[in-house]
Design a protein around this ligand. Structure first.
Ligand code: ATP
Ligand code: MG
Length: 553
């Protein structure tokens, strides 16, 4: 595995190797720069683990930085949730937690420096005029009539902008680059605007705010970032990024590298859509287990290890593509299958009576917690005359290949005894309400001394000791057949069966589960105790994933 990793480096590692070899940088310093305007999702996890992973791989540093330069959309409440998610993923920023807004003074100074160099000017064109003057992909732009203002005038006007002398939109500061550049981002982009708004961090100190393309390279340069990794949509902005760090003459200019965003097939990640689902009460908040925000995945029972595995499997690429959700499910199964105990829970209960078992007797049986991992130890399970089994494990008229219970057959009750079905009771509608069996006392533990075999093994729980719990089963929140978005009006094609709530009977050990504890429920999938709704002694279980998959690596 070590060797394999060494030969299959991704393209970013190749760039870093070359930079280190050529002495462009002598260390690696990355960052994760979210805007605190929503919850992080699985795509962000990829960026976090990529940036943090590279820092670790090269014994470098990883910064956490909130890119909070836009006061309209940002909120403090998101800062905490984002930090919690990143901490949970295991990315450690040590003592390097930064806010771009703490650099506003330096950004202002940087803008002044550009003005003094004759590289920036105050422009009075309206937003609409700026757009008109900008030109198109096929036509060059036209220069603003304010472009030739003197340095002194620009310095004075910019200071007046800062001092609140102008209304929003009345004046902007623009970089003076090239209105005929084939790259529209280089056509004298706006770098500062007037916005009379309170900022979550700096309050009313500022009424001018830097634009992203100007602010971001400065943030990187101030922090000594070497490799500024972002997603593909910023590729066309790179010349501007380079222009900013060059004109500001930073001694160790950072380098922007773009990679493709992670998309999941048939999964909603857009903030706009999730917000709508939350506001309309279709989901239970941003951490509803059907969503793929990091908080939702954690609540559903995904582990950080499974997310790391998923991100590693996806790899890092320059081409946009979409990954199947089944791959994420594969990762959580792989992660949990040996780590977590396998216990018995009956999701669709049907009573079973063992008529020859002494009435009122309960015995304790011993069962391994995970047959494939002895280190998880054993537990004792109560067994008695009345049990619950899954309704689908009994049939009146079974098809030929049916290996479970029907009248006249013998099956194994997992970890217990062999039982033979002798009959069943029905209600007045003919629905089966109880199954009758006899057991063979010689088969304690599940095997017959005479070596006779049975075709099926079914799970069960003893009725008088079983806990009754709420279980939530999930399907994709959108209708996969129809696709995520409605072609006519852009709305979401919702799957009405995305959430099923049922009551299940579980073995006593499961009643002690606390939030985030996860288990395999034999044959039914992996489940996790819900962190929000579980109470002491009354857990609520979310199904993380079923056991079977069509996904093969
Ligand atoms: P979204 O629009 O999905 O909320 P965003 O790009 O607006 O995402 P930011 O807070 O600006 O969110 O992103 C922080 C970092 O995460 C950026 O470096 C961005 O490139 C990266 N990122 C965002 N979405 C993805 C994704 N789907 N895959 C990989 N990285 C992503
Ligand atoms: Mg954004």
């Amino acid at each position: 595995m070590e060797n394999e990793a060494a030969v299959s480096k991704n393209f970013i590692e190749n760039i870093i190797d070359k930079d280190l070899a050529e002495g462009v940088y002598d260390c690696v310093h990355t960052r994760f720069p979210p805007e605190p305007n929503g919850y992080l999702h699985i795509g962000h996890a990829k960026s976090i683990l990529l940036n943090y992973g590279l820092a670790k791989e090269y014994q470098g540093k990883f910064n956490m930085r909130f890119d909070d330069t836009n006061p309209t959309k940002e909120k403090t409440e998101f800062v905490e949730s984002i930090l919690e998610d990143i901490r949970w993923l295991g990315a450690d920023w040590e003592d390097r937690l930064f806010f771009a807004s703490n650099y506003f003074d330096q950004m202002y100074e940087a803008a002044v420096k550009l003005i003094k160099k004759g590289k920036a000017f105050v422009c009075d064109l309206s937003a609409e005029q700026i757009r008109e003057y900008r030109g198109t992909l096929t036509e060059p732009g036209r220069e603003s009539p304010y472009r030739s203002r003197s340095i002194e005038e620009n310095l004075r006007l910019f200071e007046e902008m800062k001092d609140g002398r102008y209304a929003d939109g009345e004046k902007v500061l623009r970089a003076k680059i090239d209105m005929s550049s084939p790259n529209i981002n280089m056509r004298d982009p706006v770098i500062y605007r007037v916005a009379h708004m309170s900022h979550h961090n700096t309050g009313d100190k500022w009424c001018i705010y830097p634009m992203y393309d100007f602010a971001h390279p400065i943030e990187d340069a101030i922090e000594g970032i070497t490799h500024s990794i972002c997603t593909l949509e910023f590729e066309d902005h790179r010349p501007l990024y380079d222009w900013v760090v060059r004109e500001l003459e930073y001694p160790h200019p950072p380098k922007q590298i773009e990679f493709a965003k992670l998309y999941l097939t048939n999964v909603v990640t857009g903030k706009r859509y999730i917000k709508k689902l939350v506001e309309e009460g279709i989901v239970d908040g941003w951490d509803d287990p059907r969503l793929v925000s990091i908080a939702a995945l954690r609540r559903r029972g995904f582990t950080k290890e499974s997310i790391q595995m998923f991100v590693d499997l996806c790899g890092v690429s320059k081409a946009n593509s979409s990954v199947d959700y089944a791959m994420l499910e594969y990762c959580i199964r792989e992660d949990l299958k040996l780590k977590r105990p396998r216990l018995m829970a009956v999701l669709d209960p049907l009573p079973l009576v063992i008529d020859n078992y002494p009435e009122g007797q309960i015995e304790q049986l011993t069962a391994p917690n995970n047959m494939e991992n002895e280190s998880l130890g054993e537990r004792s399970i109560p067994f008695g005359r009345e049990l619950y089994i899954e309704r689908e494990d009994f049939m009146v008229d079974p098809p030929k290949k049916y290996k479970r219970l029907f009248v006249g057959t013998e099956v194994r009750l997992m970890n217990a005894y062999m039982v033979t079905c002798t009959g069943y009771d029905t209600d007045e509608d003919g629905k089966v309400i109880r199954v009758h069996c006899t057991y063979d006392p010689e088969t304690r533990g599940g095997n017959a001394p005479d070596g006779r075999k049975v075709k099926g093994t079914i799970h069960w729980v003893e009725a008088s000791h079983a806990g009754k719990v709420e279980v939530r089963l999930y399907e994709n929140i959108v209708d996969e057949e129809k696709g995520v978005y409605n072609k006519e009006d852009g709305s979401l094609n919702l799957n009405p069966h995305s959430l099923t709530i049922t009551e299940a009977y579980v073995e006593p050990a499961l009643m002690e589960a606390k939030g985030y504890d996860s288990f395999q429920f034999v044959r039914n999938g992996f489940f996790c105790a819900d962190i929000k709704d579980s109470k002491e002694g009354a857990p609520v279980f979310n199904r993380i994933v079923t056991l079977k998959s069509s996904f093969k690596l």
